[in-house]
Design a protein around this ligand. Structure first.
Ligand code: AMP
Ligand code: ZN
Length: 465
Protein backbone atom coordinates (compact mmCIF):
# COMPACT_ATOMS: atom_id res chain seq x y z
CA UNK A 1 0.00 0.00 0.00
CA UNK A 2 1.28 3.45 -0.93
CA UNK A 3 1.05 5.99 1.87
CA UNK A 4 1.83 9.70 1.93
CA UNK A 5 1.81 12.24 4.73
CA UNK A 6 -0.80 14.85 3.93
CA UNK A 7 -0.01 18.26 5.42
CA UNK A 8 -3.73 19.07 5.36
CA UNK A 9 -4.73 16.20 7.68
CA UNK A 10 -1.34 15.95 9.44
CA UNK A 11 -1.57 12.19 8.89
CA UNK A 12 -0.12 9.49 6.71
CA UNK A 13 -2.92 8.49 4.37
CA UNK A 14 -3.31 5.73 1.83
CA UNK A 15 -2.80 7.21 -1.62
CA UNK A 16 -5.91 6.84 -3.76
CA UNK A 17 -5.70 8.88 -6.98
CA UNK A 18 -8.72 10.35 -8.69
CA UNK A 19 -8.04 8.42 -11.87
CA UNK A 20 -6.72 4.89 -11.58
CA UNK A 21 -3.81 5.27 -13.95
CA UNK A 22 -2.71 8.88 -14.26
CA UNK A 23 -1.69 10.86 -11.21
CA UNK A 24 -2.15 14.61 -11.51
CA UNK A 25 0.41 16.67 -9.68
CA UNK A 26 1.45 20.31 -9.37
CA UNK A 27 4.78 21.52 -8.00
CA UNK A 28 5.62 25.10 -7.15
CA UNK A 29 8.62 25.95 -9.29
CA UNK A 30 11.45 28.44 -9.00
CA UNK A 31 11.47 32.20 -9.29
CA UNK A 32 14.09 32.66 -11.96
CA UNK A 33 15.95 35.74 -10.78
CA UNK A 34 19.06 33.93 -9.55
CA UNK A 35 20.68 30.48 -9.52
CA UNK A 36 18.79 27.84 -7.58
CA UNK A 37 20.66 27.04 -4.38
CA UNK A 38 21.05 23.53 -3.05
CA UNK A 39 18.20 24.14 -0.57
CA UNK A 40 15.82 24.94 -3.44
CA UNK A 41 17.11 21.88 -5.22
CA UNK A 42 16.31 19.71 -2.22
CA UNK A 43 12.65 20.62 -2.81
CA UNK A 44 12.95 19.43 -6.43
CA UNK A 45 14.81 16.26 -5.49
CA UNK A 46 11.87 15.54 -3.19
CA UNK A 47 9.42 16.19 -6.05
CA UNK A 48 11.49 13.87 -8.23
CA UNK A 49 11.56 11.08 -5.64
CA UNK A 50 7.81 11.32 -5.31
CA UNK A 51 7.40 11.09 -9.08
CA UNK A 52 9.78 8.13 -9.25
CA UNK A 53 7.95 6.27 -6.47
CA UNK A 54 4.63 6.81 -8.22
CA UNK A 55 6.10 5.45 -11.45
CA UNK A 56 7.65 2.52 -9.56
CA UNK A 57 4.11 1.70 -8.46
CA UNK A 58 2.94 1.64 -12.07
CA UNK A 59 1.32 5.07 -12.30
CA UNK A 60 1.67 7.46 -15.18
CA UNK A 61 2.01 11.10 -14.17
CA UNK A 62 0.73 14.35 -15.52
CA UNK A 63 2.91 16.80 -13.63
CA UNK A 64 3.01 20.56 -13.92
CA UNK A 65 5.67 22.91 -12.62
CA UNK A 66 5.53 26.66 -12.91
CA UNK A 67 8.39 28.97 -13.69
CA UNK A 68 7.82 32.27 -11.92
CA UNK A 69 9.20 34.81 -14.36
CA UNK A 70 7.01 37.67 -13.24
CA UNK A 71 6.11 39.47 -10.05
CA UNK A 72 6.69 37.69 -6.73
CA UNK A 73 7.66 40.65 -4.61
CA UNK A 74 10.36 40.64 -1.99
CA UNK A 75 8.10 39.88 0.98
CA UNK A 76 5.61 37.03 1.32
CA UNK A 77 2.87 39.60 1.74
CA UNK A 78 3.44 40.76 -1.82
CA UNK A 79 5.07 44.01 -0.79
CA UNK A 80 8.43 45.50 -1.75
CA UNK A 81 10.36 45.38 -4.98
CA UNK A 82 9.84 42.82 -7.71
CA UNK A 83 12.67 40.25 -7.46
CA UNK A 84 12.96 39.93 -11.24
CA UNK A 85 13.25 43.66 -11.68
CA UNK A 86 15.81 43.99 -8.90
CA UNK A 87 18.01 41.38 -10.64
CA UNK A 88 17.39 43.06 -13.95
CA UNK A 89 18.65 46.40 -12.62
CA UNK A 90 21.66 44.85 -10.91
CA UNK A 91 22.78 42.83 -13.94
CA UNK A 92 21.72 45.45 -16.52
CA UNK A 93 19.62 42.97 -18.48
CA UNK A 94 15.94 42.93 -19.34
CA UNK A 95 13.71 40.83 -17.04
CA UNK A 96 13.11 38.48 -20.00
CA UNK A 97 16.84 37.92 -20.44
CA UNK A 98 17.27 37.32 -16.71
CA UNK A 99 14.41 34.81 -16.72
CA UNK A 100 15.71 32.97 -19.75
CA UNK A 101 19.24 32.76 -18.39
CA UNK A 102 18.27 31.44 -14.96
CA UNK A 103 15.62 29.08 -16.34
CA UNK A 104 18.29 27.48 -18.47
CA UNK A 105 20.65 27.28 -15.47
CA UNK A 106 17.86 25.67 -13.43
CA UNK A 107 17.19 23.05 -16.11
CA UNK A 108 20.89 22.27 -16.22
CA UNK A 109 20.90 21.75 -12.43
CA UNK A 110 17.90 19.42 -12.71
CA UNK A 111 19.72 17.34 -15.33
CA UNK A 112 22.93 17.21 -13.28
CA UNK A 113 21.00 15.93 -10.27
CA UNK A 114 18.99 13.38 -12.31
CA UNK A 115 15.77 15.25 -11.48
CA UNK A 116 13.20 14.37 -14.12
CA UNK A 117 11.32 17.32 -15.63
CA UNK A 118 7.57 17.39 -15.04
CA UNK A 119 5.52 16.80 -18.19
CA UNK A 120 4.40 20.43 -18.39
CA UNK A 121 6.61 23.41 -17.55
CA UNK A 122 4.41 26.49 -17.40
CA UNK A 123 5.87 29.97 -17.56
CA UNK A 124 3.86 32.60 -15.71
CA UNK A 125 4.33 35.18 -18.48
CA UNK A 126 2.67 32.81 -20.98
CA UNK A 127 -0.50 32.69 -18.85
CA UNK A 128 -1.29 36.33 -18.05
CA UNK A 129 -4.65 36.23 -19.88
CA UNK A 130 -5.67 33.08 -17.99
CA UNK A 131 -4.78 34.81 -14.72
CA UNK A 132 -6.80 37.90 -15.60
CA UNK A 133 -9.80 35.67 -16.39
CA UNK A 134 -9.33 33.86 -13.07
CA UNK A 135 -9.24 37.16 -11.14
CA UNK A 136 -12.33 38.40 -13.00
CA UNK A 137 -14.17 35.22 -12.03
CA UNK A 138 -13.18 35.69 -8.38
CA UNK A 139 -14.45 39.29 -8.53
CA UNK A 140 -17.74 38.14 -10.13
CA UNK A 141 -18.15 35.61 -7.33
CA UNK A 142 -17.67 38.36 -4.74
CA UNK A 143 -14.21 37.31 -3.50
CA UNK A 144 -12.17 40.03 -5.18
CA UNK A 145 -12.35 43.81 -4.74
CA UNK A 146 -10.48 46.63 -6.45
CA UNK A 147 -9.04 49.48 -4.39
CA UNK A 148 -7.48 51.52 -7.18
CA UNK A 149 -3.96 50.16 -6.49
CA UNK A 150 -4.74 46.44 -6.58
CA UNK A 151 -7.41 43.78 -6.74
CA UNK A 152 -7.41 42.02 -3.39
CA UNK A 153 -8.79 38.68 -2.27
CA UNK A 154 -11.27 39.24 0.53
CA UNK A 155 -10.31 36.58 3.04
CA UNK A 156 -13.18 37.57 5.30
CA UNK A 157 -15.46 35.88 2.73
CA UNK A 158 -13.56 32.58 2.91
CA UNK A 159 -14.38 30.73 6.13
CA UNK A 160 -11.73 28.04 5.84
CA UNK A 161 -8.77 30.42 5.61
CA UNK A 162 -5.84 28.91 7.54
CA UNK A 163 -6.84 25.25 7.36
CA UNK A 164 -3.49 24.10 5.93
CA UNK A 165 -1.16 25.90 8.33
CA UNK A 166 -3.61 25.69 11.25
CA UNK A 167 -2.34 29.08 12.32
CA UNK A 168 -4.57 31.74 13.70
CA UNK A 169 -4.90 34.59 11.24
CA UNK A 170 -3.18 37.05 13.59
CA UNK A 171 -0.15 34.72 13.86
CA UNK A 172 0.02 34.34 10.10
CA UNK A 173 -0.03 38.06 9.60
CA UNK A 174 2.76 38.53 12.17
CA UNK A 175 4.76 35.69 10.58
CA UNK A 176 4.50 37.06 7.07
CA UNK A 177 5.11 40.67 8.08
CA UNK A 178 2.18 41.81 6.00
CA UNK A 179 2.16 45.57 5.80
CA UNK A 180 -0.91 47.40 6.94
CA UNK A 181 -2.68 48.96 4.02
CA UNK A 182 -5.64 51.19 4.82
CA UNK A 183 -7.38 50.30 1.57
CA UNK A 184 -7.57 46.62 2.39
CA UNK A 185 -10.66 45.28 4.14
CA UNK A 186 -8.49 42.92 6.20
CA UNK A 187 -4.69 43.14 6.75
CA UNK A 188 -4.22 39.59 5.40
CA UNK A 189 -6.13 40.25 2.16
CA UNK A 190 -3.62 39.54 -0.58
CA UNK A 191 -3.13 40.93 -4.08
CA UNK A 192 -4.59 39.06 -7.04
CA UNK A 193 -3.58 41.80 -9.45
CA UNK A 194 -1.44 44.86 -8.80
CA UNK A 195 -1.52 48.14 -10.64
CA UNK A 196 2.03 48.91 -11.79
CA UNK A 197 3.96 51.91 -10.50
CA UNK A 198 5.14 54.05 -13.45
CA UNK A 199 8.73 52.69 -13.30
CA UNK A 200 7.65 49.04 -13.08
CA UNK A 201 9.00 47.23 -16.17
CA UNK A 202 6.89 44.06 -16.43
CA UNK A 203 3.26 45.04 -16.85
CA UNK A 204 0.24 43.98 -18.85
CA UNK A 205 -3.09 45.49 -19.80
CA UNK A 206 -6.05 44.38 -17.70
CA UNK A 207 -9.64 45.43 -16.91
CA UNK A 208 -8.20 47.28 -13.88
CA UNK A 209 -5.37 49.03 -15.74
CA UNK A 210 -1.72 48.29 -16.55
CA UNK A 211 -0.38 45.93 -13.95
CA UNK A 212 0.89 42.49 -13.07
CA UNK A 213 -0.43 39.40 -11.30
CA UNK A 214 0.11 38.51 -7.64
CA UNK A 215 2.37 35.50 -7.06
CA UNK A 216 -0.27 33.14 -5.67
CA UNK A 217 -2.74 33.50 -8.54
CA UNK A 218 -0.18 32.05 -10.93
CA UNK A 219 -0.25 28.62 -9.28
CA UNK A 220 -4.05 28.47 -8.91
CA UNK A 221 -4.52 29.46 -12.54
CA UNK A 222 -1.95 27.16 -14.12
CA UNK A 223 -2.76 24.12 -11.99
CA UNK A 224 -6.46 24.50 -12.84
CA UNK A 225 -5.73 25.04 -16.53
CA UNK A 226 -3.69 21.86 -16.97
CA UNK A 227 -5.01 19.59 -14.24
CA UNK A 228 -8.66 20.59 -13.89
CA UNK A 229 -10.87 21.51 -10.98
CA UNK A 230 -9.48 18.89 -8.59
CA UNK A 231 -6.13 17.13 -8.80
CA UNK A 232 -4.20 14.60 -6.74
CA UNK A 233 -0.99 16.04 -5.30
CA UNK A 234 0.43 19.51 -4.71
CA UNK A 235 4.07 19.86 -3.59
CA UNK A 236 6.31 22.64 -2.33
CA UNK A 237 8.72 23.55 0.45
CA UNK A 238 7.41 24.00 4.00
CA UNK A 239 7.88 27.76 3.74
CA UNK A 240 4.97 27.77 1.30
CA UNK A 241 2.47 26.38 3.80
CA UNK A 242 1.44 29.52 5.72
CA UNK A 243 1.01 32.15 3.01
CA UNK A 244 1.45 30.88 -0.54
CA UNK A 245 -0.46 27.62 -0.27
CA UNK A 246 -3.02 29.02 2.13
CA UNK A 247 -3.72 31.73 -0.46
CA UNK A 248 -3.80 29.20 -3.27
CA UNK A 249 -6.40 27.16 -1.39
CA UNK A 250 -8.49 30.27 -0.77
CA UNK A 251 -8.43 31.35 -4.44
CA UNK A 252 -9.00 27.87 -5.83
CA UNK A 253 -11.77 26.80 -3.49
CA UNK A 254 -13.49 30.17 -3.77
CA UNK A 255 -13.55 29.79 -7.55
CA UNK A 256 -14.52 26.12 -7.75
CA UNK A 257 -16.70 25.85 -4.65
CA UNK A 258 -15.05 22.58 -3.59
CA UNK A 259 -11.80 21.06 -2.33
CA UNK A 260 -9.31 21.28 -5.20
CA UNK A 261 -6.27 19.25 -4.04
CA UNK A 262 -6.38 15.85 -2.32
CA UNK A 263 -2.81 15.53 -0.99
CA UNK A 264 -0.60 18.44 0.06
CA UNK A 265 3.03 17.38 0.46
CA UNK A 266 5.86 19.58 1.72
CA UNK A 267 9.60 19.17 1.95
CA UNK A 268 11.50 20.34 5.04
CA UNK A 269 14.32 22.83 4.73
CA UNK A 270 17.98 22.32 4.13
CA UNK A 271 19.95 24.48 6.54
CA UNK A 272 23.62 25.49 6.60
CA UNK A 273 25.68 24.94 9.72
CA UNK A 274 22.44 24.62 11.67
CA UNK A 275 20.93 27.91 10.42
CA UNK A 276 18.59 28.96 7.65
CA UNK A 277 19.84 28.82 4.07
CA UNK A 278 18.42 31.52 1.90
CA UNK A 279 19.38 33.81 -0.91
CA UNK A 280 18.61 36.84 1.24
CA UNK A 281 21.08 35.70 3.95
CA UNK A 282 23.83 35.11 1.38
CA UNK A 283 24.78 31.69 2.80
CA UNK A 284 23.76 29.58 -0.15
CA UNK A 285 25.68 27.26 -2.44
CA UNK A 286 24.85 26.31 -5.99
CA UNK A 287 25.55 23.01 -7.71
CA UNK A 288 28.20 24.89 -9.66
CA UNK A 289 29.93 25.89 -6.40
CA UNK A 290 30.07 22.24 -5.37
CA UNK A 291 31.46 21.13 -8.73
CA UNK A 292 34.13 23.84 -8.42
CA UNK A 293 35.18 22.28 -5.14
CA UNK A 294 35.52 18.84 -6.68
CA UNK A 295 32.19 17.29 -5.70
CA UNK A 296 29.94 15.33 -7.97
CA UNK A 297 26.36 16.58 -8.22
CA UNK A 298 25.13 13.07 -7.45
CA UNK A 299 27.00 13.14 -4.14
CA UNK A 300 24.59 15.94 -3.21
CA UNK A 301 21.69 13.79 -4.36
CA UNK A 302 23.03 10.92 -2.26
CA UNK A 303 23.28 13.28 0.74
CA UNK A 304 19.70 14.46 0.23
CA UNK A 305 18.38 10.92 -0.13
CA UNK A 306 19.88 10.03 3.22
CA UNK A 307 17.53 12.37 5.05
CA UNK A 308 13.77 11.84 5.06
CA UNK A 309 12.07 14.67 3.19
CA UNK A 310 10.10 15.70 6.29
CA UNK A 311 13.24 16.09 8.42
CA UNK A 312 15.56 19.10 8.39
CA UNK A 313 18.78 18.44 6.55
CA UNK A 314 21.82 20.25 7.86
CA UNK A 315 24.31 20.87 5.07
CA UNK A 316 28.01 20.87 5.93
CA UNK A 317 31.03 20.17 3.75
CA UNK A 318 32.05 17.38 6.14
CA UNK A 319 28.64 15.80 5.47
CA UNK A 320 29.10 16.20 1.74
CA UNK A 321 32.62 14.70 1.91
CA UNK A 322 31.18 11.65 3.67
CA UNK A 323 28.32 11.44 1.14
CA UNK A 324 30.75 11.55 -1.77
CA UNK A 325 32.92 8.81 -0.27
CA UNK A 326 29.85 6.60 0.36
CA UNK A 327 28.48 7.28 -3.09
CA UNK A 328 31.77 6.26 -4.73
CA UNK A 329 31.78 3.08 -2.61
CA UNK A 330 28.27 2.37 -3.79
CA UNK A 331 29.37 2.70 -7.42
CA UNK A 332 32.34 0.46 -6.67
CA UNK A 333 30.13 -2.26 -5.15
CA UNK A 334 27.78 -2.04 -8.13
CA UNK A 335 30.77 -2.43 -10.43
CA UNK A 336 31.72 -5.70 -8.71
CA UNK A 337 28.18 -7.08 -9.07
CA UNK A 338 27.97 -5.97 -12.67
CA UNK A 339 31.05 -7.99 -13.54
CA UNK A 340 29.83 -11.15 -11.85
CA UNK A 341 28.18 -14.03 -13.66
CA UNK A 342 27.02 -15.65 -10.42
CA UNK A 343 23.30 -15.93 -9.69
CA UNK A 344 21.52 -15.25 -6.38
CA UNK A 345 18.52 -17.24 -5.11
CA UNK A 346 15.30 -15.60 -6.38
CA UNK A 347 13.81 -15.67 -2.83
CA UNK A 348 16.72 -13.57 -1.59
CA UNK A 349 16.22 -10.98 -4.33
CA UNK A 350 12.45 -10.96 -3.71
CA UNK A 351 13.04 -10.36 0.00
CA UNK A 352 15.19 -7.29 -0.74
CA UNK A 353 12.72 -6.00 -3.32
CA UNK A 354 9.89 -6.27 -0.83
CA UNK A 355 11.85 -4.46 1.88
CA UNK A 356 12.83 -1.74 -0.57
CA UNK A 357 9.28 -1.26 -1.88
CA UNK A 358 7.79 -1.27 1.62
CA UNK A 359 10.23 1.46 2.63
CA UNK A 360 9.68 3.81 -0.31
CA UNK A 361 5.93 3.25 -0.25
CA UNK A 362 5.82 4.29 3.40
CA UNK A 363 5.80 8.04 2.81
CA UNK A 364 9.03 7.89 0.78
CA UNK A 365 11.28 6.39 3.43
CA UNK A 366 14.30 6.53 1.15
CA UNK A 367 16.90 6.49 3.96
CA UNK A 368 15.56 3.07 4.98
CA UNK A 369 15.46 1.94 1.34
CA UNK A 370 19.12 2.94 0.93
CA UNK A 371 19.93 0.74 3.91
CA UNK A 372 18.29 -2.18 2.09
CA UNK A 373 20.39 -1.45 -0.99
CA UNK A 374 23.62 -1.39 1.03
CA UNK A 375 22.82 -4.68 2.78
CA UNK A 376 22.04 -6.28 -0.56
CA UNK A 377 25.21 -4.98 -2.22
CA UNK A 378 27.32 -6.40 0.59
CA UNK A 379 26.29 -9.93 -0.43
CA UNK A 380 28.75 -11.79 -2.62
CA UNK A 381 28.96 -10.44 -6.19
CA UNK A 382 26.07 -11.54 -8.37
CA UNK A 383 24.51 -10.38 -11.63
CA UNK A 384 21.03 -10.75 -10.06
CA UNK A 385 21.94 -8.31 -7.33
CA UNK A 386 23.14 -5.89 -9.98
CA UNK A 387 19.78 -6.15 -11.79
CA UNK A 388 17.95 -5.55 -8.51
CA UNK A 389 20.15 -2.50 -7.83
CA UNK A 390 19.24 -1.12 -11.26
CA UNK A 391 15.60 -1.67 -10.44
CA UNK A 392 15.99 0.25 -7.15
CA UNK A 393 17.78 3.00 -9.05
CA UNK A 394 14.52 3.78 -10.87
CA UNK A 395 13.57 5.34 -7.51
CA UNK A 396 16.98 6.52 -6.35
CA UNK A 397 18.26 8.11 -9.56
CA UNK A 398 21.91 7.64 -8.59
CA UNK A 399 23.13 6.51 -12.04
CA UNK A 400 23.96 3.01 -10.74
CA UNK A 401 23.88 1.92 -14.38
CA UNK A 402 27.24 3.66 -14.72
CA UNK A 403 29.17 1.92 -11.96
CA UNK A 404 32.90 2.46 -11.63
CA UNK A 405 35.70 1.00 -9.56
CA UNK A 406 36.97 3.04 -6.66
CA UNK A 407 40.07 5.04 -7.45
CA UNK A 408 41.83 7.53 -5.27
CA UNK A 409 39.18 10.08 -6.09
CA UNK A 410 39.46 11.58 -2.64
CA UNK A 411 42.45 13.51 -3.94
CA UNK A 412 39.95 15.45 -6.05
CA UNK A 413 38.60 16.93 -2.85
CA UNK A 414 41.22 19.62 -2.54
CA UNK A 415 40.93 22.22 0.18
CA UNK A 416 39.67 25.41 -1.41
CA UNK A 417 40.31 28.48 0.75
CA UNK A 418 37.19 30.57 1.40
CA UNK A 419 38.80 33.53 -0.37
CA UNK A 420 39.32 31.51 -3.57
CA UNK A 421 35.77 30.13 -3.43
CA UNK A 422 34.38 33.66 -2.99
CA UNK A 423 36.43 34.96 -5.93
CA UNK A 424 35.27 32.05 -8.09
CA UNK A 425 31.65 32.82 -7.19
CA UNK A 426 32.18 36.45 -8.12
CA UNK A 427 33.78 35.37 -11.42
CA UNK A 428 30.75 33.22 -12.15
CA UNK A 429 28.50 36.24 -11.63
CA UNK A 430 30.74 38.39 -13.82
CA UNK A 431 30.56 35.77 -16.58
CA UNK A 432 26.78 35.56 -16.21
CA UNK A 433 26.68 39.31 -16.75
CA UNK A 434 29.11 38.89 -19.69
CA UNK A 435 31.54 41.21 -17.90
CA UNK A 436 34.63 39.60 -19.42
CA UNK A 437 37.10 42.21 -18.16
CA UNK A 438 36.00 41.61 -14.58
CA UNK A 439 36.00 37.86 -15.12
CA UNK A 440 39.64 38.02 -16.35
CA UNK A 441 40.65 40.23 -13.46
CA UNK A 442 39.14 37.73 -11.01
CA UNK A 443 40.86 34.83 -12.78
CA UNK A 444 44.20 36.59 -12.24
CA UNK A 445 43.42 37.14 -8.55
CA UNK A 446 42.59 33.45 -8.20
CA UNK A 447 45.85 32.53 -9.96
CA UNK A 448 47.81 34.76 -7.58
CA UNK A 449 46.49 32.58 -4.75
CA UNK A 450 47.74 29.41 -6.48
CA UNK A 451 44.50 28.19 -8.05
CA UNK A 452 42.91 28.15 -11.48
CA UNK A 453 39.36 27.84 -12.69
CA UNK A 454 38.85 25.29 -15.44
CA UNK A 455 35.59 25.48 -17.38
CA UNK A 456 34.45 21.91 -17.97
CA UNK A 457 31.33 20.43 -19.52
CA UNK A 458 29.95 19.91 -15.99
CA UNK A 459 30.70 23.49 -14.95
CA UNK A 460 33.66 25.47 -13.64
CA UNK A 461 36.11 23.53 -11.45
CA UNK A 462 38.79 24.97 -9.18
CA UNK A 463 42.18 23.26 -9.39
CA UNK A 464 45.56 23.86 -7.75
CA UNK A 465 48.13 25.27 -10.15
P1 AMP B 1 11.79 30.03 -4.62
O1 AMP B 1 12.58 30.03 -5.89
O2 AMP B 1 12.35 30.93 -3.57
O3 AMP B 1 10.32 30.23 -4.85
O4 AMP B 1 11.95 28.56 -4.00
C1 AMP B 1 11.85 27.41 -4.77
C2 AMP B 1 11.55 26.19 -3.89
O5 AMP B 1 12.60 25.94 -2.96
C3 AMP B 1 10.30 26.33 -3.06
O6 AMP B 1 9.59 25.10 -3.12
C4 AMP B 1 10.80 26.59 -1.66
O7 AMP B 1 9.90 26.13 -0.70
C5 AMP B 1 12.06 25.77 -1.65
N1 AMP B 1 13.10 26.19 -0.70
C6 AMP B 1 13.60 27.43 -0.50
N2 AMP B 1 14.60 27.42 0.40
C7 AMP B 1 14.77 26.13 0.78
C8 AMP B 1 15.65 25.44 1.68
N3 AMP B 1 16.59 26.07 2.37
N4 AMP B 1 15.50 24.08 1.80
C9 AMP B 1 14.56 23.42 1.08
N5 AMP B 1 13.71 24.00 0.23
C10 AMP B 1 13.80 25.33 0.07
ZN1 ZN C 1 3.06 27.97 -6.11
Amino acid sequence: MLKFYNTLSRKKEEFVPISEKVVTMYSCGPTVYNYAHIGNLRAYMFMDTLRRVLKYNGYKIKGVMNITDVGHLLSDGDEGEDKMEQASRQLKKSPEEIAEFYTEAFMKDLARLNIGKPEIIAKATDHIDDMIAYVEDLCDKGYGYFTGDAVYFDIGKFDDYGKLSRLKLEDQIAGARVEVNAKKRHPADFALWKIAEPNHIMKWDSPWGLGYPGWHIECSTMSRKYLGKVFDIHTGGIDHIPVHHENEIAQSEAKEGCKTVDYWMHCEFMCVDGGKMSKSLGNTYTVENLIERGYRPLALRYLALNAHYRKKLNFTFEGLDAAQVSYLRLLDLCFKHKNSKEPTAPETIEKYKKEFTDAVNDDLNVPLALGVLWTMLKEKPSRDIYSAALDFDKVLGLSLDKPEPLKEEKSELIEIPEEVAALAKERQLARAAKDWAKSDELRDKIAALGFKVVDTKEGAKIEKI
